[in-house]
Write a protein that binds this ligand. Structure first.
Ligand SMILES: Cc1cc2nc3c(=O)[nH]c(=O)nc-3n(C[C@H](O)[C@H](O)[C@H](O)COP(=O)(O)OP(=O)(O)OC[C@H]3O[C@@H](n4cnc5c(N)ncnc54)[C@H](O)[C@@H]3O)c2cc1C
Ligand code: FES
Length: 361
């Protein structure tokens, strides 16, 4: 493997080769592997873009990377010893040969920025607001695949990611489920200030949490809180396709009042007899008819061997982190675990990580 080259303008570039397909792309100085791949139109998996969720994990077969931005917090010592790297943070220090999964279906949709107006705002649960957004006058419709997310642009530096809870609609409606984060700037504005008719600037589509249709295996969908939003979009996509594959939806929330999508889920069950639903309440009362406990434990109690399933999972980082390790230990191949971790925005995480490390940017 060569030590990399220079472009005409004397900026050092390295070449990344993907082992599975042999595709190659150049990485400019200071660029991460993920940024360079996106620039080259190659879709590699990612979610948080901050080094904390692990969904961009790949294996370094040759070469050397550095982490000048955030440290690779999602990798444990064992994964690092086995040459795992995080593509959203890894900056090449030589040419690289990587074993990484590609997600070709998302590569074809161009990312764009547009203004949208709030067409509907509804309280779905005590701390969850439902928004319907429509393109502002003269703006094009956003294109996306069910399960992807968008960024709400607060300014040039700050953006806030939210999953799109529906598939593309003829009128361009984008549905979001926004949980109010205590002390959170944007979600507090959604809860208290944002009104019908207001405009927001968004960029999308983003992310690689999308339906994989090249499988006949049974599917498990595991959502925590508003993690049900992209799961809803993907389940509805499979229902529209008329899938006969077995589907089980596990939705973990704290209280019964947080199960804001029950009527919709009952409609899914009438439409597809093979769809089973399990609500799992972490703080249930004796009167509740739902299971009590943690959602990943309910999944494992019902499916101690996950080797024959495809698993789609989204929700709070703590749930994702424990569930991904436990599910792989229960036989689920990592390449059949698809997830979005609802971390804070990359700029906020970078500040939190830097302040924990005693660095003041
Ligand atoms: C791919 C993806 C999809 C997502 N989809 C959804 C979704 O569909 N629905 C949903 O509800 N959520 C979703 N999220 C999570 C959502 O993006 C966050 O909850 C949101 O960005 C919070 O924004 P905010 O401006 O309200 O809070 P922020 O202002 O970003 O603050 C978040 C928290 O960090 C604290 N904080 C801020 N700055 C600092 C600092 N410098 N030091 C220490 N603490 C600090 C704040 O007090 C607050 O508690 C998703 C996240 C990702 C990554
Ligand atoms: S760790 Fe890279 S996308 Fe989350």
């Amino acid at each position: 493997m060569s030590a990399g080259g220079h472009r005409g303008d004397n900026v050092r570039v390295y070449t990344v080769t993907l082992k599975s397909t042999g595709r190659r792309f150049d990485v400019a100085a200071g660029e991460t592997v993920l940024e360079a791949a996106q620039r080259a139109g190659i879709a590699l998996p990612y979610s948080c873009r901050a080094g904390v969720c692990g969904s961009c994990k790949a294996t370094l077969l040759a070469g050397r990377c550095e982490y000048p931005r955030n440290p690779p917090l999602a990798l444990d010592a064992d994964e690092r010893a086995h040459h795992a790297v995080l593509l959203c943070q890894a900056v090449p220090a030589s040419d690289l040969l990587l074993a990484a999964r590609e997600v070709p279906s998302v590569a074809d949709i161009a990312r764009r920025r547009l203004s949208v107006r709030v067409a509907e705002k509804r309280l779905l649960a005590p701390d969850v607001t439902g928004l319907h957004l429509l393109p502002a006058v003269g703006e094009p419709r956003l294109q996306w695949l069910p399960g992807q997310y968008l960024d709400v642009l607060l300014d040039e530096q700050r953006r806030r990611p939210f999953s799109i809870a529906n598939g593309p609609q003829a009128d361009g409606t984008i549905e979001l489920h926004v949980r109010h984060v205590a002390g959170g700037g944007f979600t507090s504005r959604v809860a208290d200030g944002l009104a019908v008719g207001d405009t927001l600037r968004i960029e999308g589509p983003l992310g690689t949490f999308v339906a994989r249709e090249d499988s006949e295996r049974p599917m498990l969908f595991v959502a925590g809180g508003t993690g049900i939003a992209p799961v809803k979009a993907i389940v509805e996509h499979f229902l529209e396709l008329g899938t006969r594959r077995a589907m089980e939806v596990y939705w973990g929330v704290r209280h019964a009042a947080d199960l804001y999508l029950l009527p919709q889920i009952e409609r899914w069950q009438r439409q597809a007899r093979q769809l089973r639903f399990h609500a799992v309440l972490s703080e249930s009362s004796a009167a509740d008819r739902w299971r009590r406990g943690l959602v990943h434990e309910a999944v494992l109690a019902d499916h101690p061997d996950l080797s024959g399933h495809d698993v789609y999972m989204s929700g709070p980082p703590a749930m994702i982190d424990i569930a991904r390790h436990r599910f792989v230990a229960a036989g689920l191949p990592e390449e059949r675990l698809y997830y979005d971790s609802f971390d804070y925005a990359p700029d906020v995480l970078a500040q939190i990580i830097a302040s924990r490390a005693g660095i003041h940017p």
